[in-house]
Design a binder for this molecule. Structure first.
Ligand SMILES: Cc1ncc(C[n+]2csc(CCOP(=O)(O)OP(=O)(O)O)c2C)c(N)n1
Ligand code: SF4
Ligand SMILES: [Mg+2]
Length: 363
């Protein structure tokens, strides 16, 4: 006789905030913290860099998922910096997978739990099965295996933590590295003054369009409630779900350590990382419309990896941002339209920085 597979249904957090929430002068809720669960399945004691965006993402995701979780981590910073022989920061089962096979490994774990529960060999509730892969893994080397898992609709949550580079091997370019982002494989020089010439791959849209039966969403470490709710939505839905999370890399991007969460908001407010949710039932996208729209320089100037940019490069990025604003149904203010003209800009090195910068990737 087949046993029933019982699944968790995790409640969502209140997005509106408490009455005591305080807005800054731009209308951003600065001090809203809902009552998050006390447990931390991603415990202290790992060895990621100070201010590491992926580590913040790992903590929020596992807090949202809770103690009945099973985790896989393909090769990358979040494998190497988190684990040594017989030692990890996880209080839940975790396994390392080769960089190419996060998707296939996790498919096997999901299918295994389903079969064991049906056969009465595993007495518990179906656990929250999650793989968190870097952008190099999810958008490049391991893309095929994640796409296969989404296509077959295994009941698991597939997350890309996107630090826009192959960080662990020394900050090399990946498909999600932005145009003009300097990496050790895209240095700027006389021949190629912008550093990286190609625009980034739109991984999340590719996943949503290519697997229209899956829940797909984007988020950043700048919006913890959004990140935790999308984690829970992806886990609550029976079948495969994909989350693309923007996670700054302090070492690779060269910014002040305390600015990780601020960057997670500014990238959205600059129009460079639209935050949305794809509803597979209705087959529609729901776009977040941020209360603040900034020129891209407000975001770029905070990071040493963009310190070499010339006016024409900045104008080119402002054009892409303006296209993103239009795509998500927002008006483009005149100031941002003006920014499409190189005459509107100085060299990035001459910008007034709000903080001192150390230029030079990997410093
Ligand atoms: C097939 C294969 N190619 C290359 C590597 C070397 N490698 C180890 S970690 C890593 C970087 C992974 O980048 P990403 O997935 O973005 O994770 P991050 O290091 O940025 O956290 C690479 C290229 C590998 N382990 N396996
Ligand atoms: S190199 Fe970047 S992603 Fe890796 S641990 Fe440091 S901050 Fe995190
Ligand atoms: Mg990466």
């Amino acid at each position: 006789m087949a046993h029933e597979v019982i699944r968790h249904q995790l409640p969502l957090f209140d997005e509106e905030g408490r009455s005591s929430a305080t807005d800054d002068e731009s209308g951003r809720d600065l001090h809203y913290l809902p009552d998050f669960p006390p447990e931390d399945p991603y415990a202290a004691g790992h060895r990621t860099c100070a201010g590491c965006g992926p580590a913040i993402q790992y903590r929020w995701v596992l807090k949202a998922a809770g103690e009945d979780s099973v985790l896989a981590g393909p090769t990358g910073c979040m494998y190497v910096a988190n684990s040594t022989y017989l030692c990890t920061p996880y209080t839940v089962p975790w396994a390392h997978t080769p960089i190419a096979s996060g998707g296939s490994f996790t498919s096997g774990v999901a299918a295994g739990y389903e079969a064991m529960i049906r056969k009465g060999r595993y007495p518990g509730t179906y656990p929250n099965i999650i793989v968190m892969a870097g952008d190099g893994s999810a958008s490049d080397i391991g893309l095929g295996s994640i796409s296969g898992a989404l296509y077959r609709n295994h009941d698991a949550l597939f997350i890309c933590y996107d630090n826009e580079c192959y960080a662990n091997t020394g900050i090399q370019t990946s498909p999600t590295t932005p145009y003009a982002g300097m990496t050790t494989f895209t240095p700027f020089g006389k021949a190629i003054p912008e550093g990286k010439k190609l625009p980034p791959k739109n991984l999340a849209k590719m996943m949503a369009e290519g697997h229209p039966h899956c829940y797909v969403a984007t988020t950043t470490v700048g919006y913890p409630t959004d990140l935790m709710n999308k984690t829970r939505k992806g886990l609550n839905r029976q079948g495969a779900a994909f989350l693309h999370c923007y996670t700054p890399c302090q070492k690779g991007w060269v910014y002040q350590t305390s600015m990780t969460v601020e960057l997670g908001r500014r990238v959205v407010e600059a129009g460079l990382f639209p935050v949305w949710e794809y509803d597979p039932e209705q087959r529609v996208y729901h776009y977040f419309h941020p209360p603040v729209q900034r020129p891209v320089t407000d975001y770029l100037a905070m990071q040493g990896r963009f310190g070499h940019m010339l006016p024409e490069h900045i104008a080119s990025i402002q054009r892409s941002a303006n296209q993103n604003w239009a795509d998500i149904g927002m008006d483009v203010p005149a100031l941002l339209r003006d920014g499409e003209d190189p005459e509107h800009h100085r060299r990035m090195a001459e910008e007034t920085y709000s903080m001192p910068l150390n230029r030079g990737v990997g410093a």
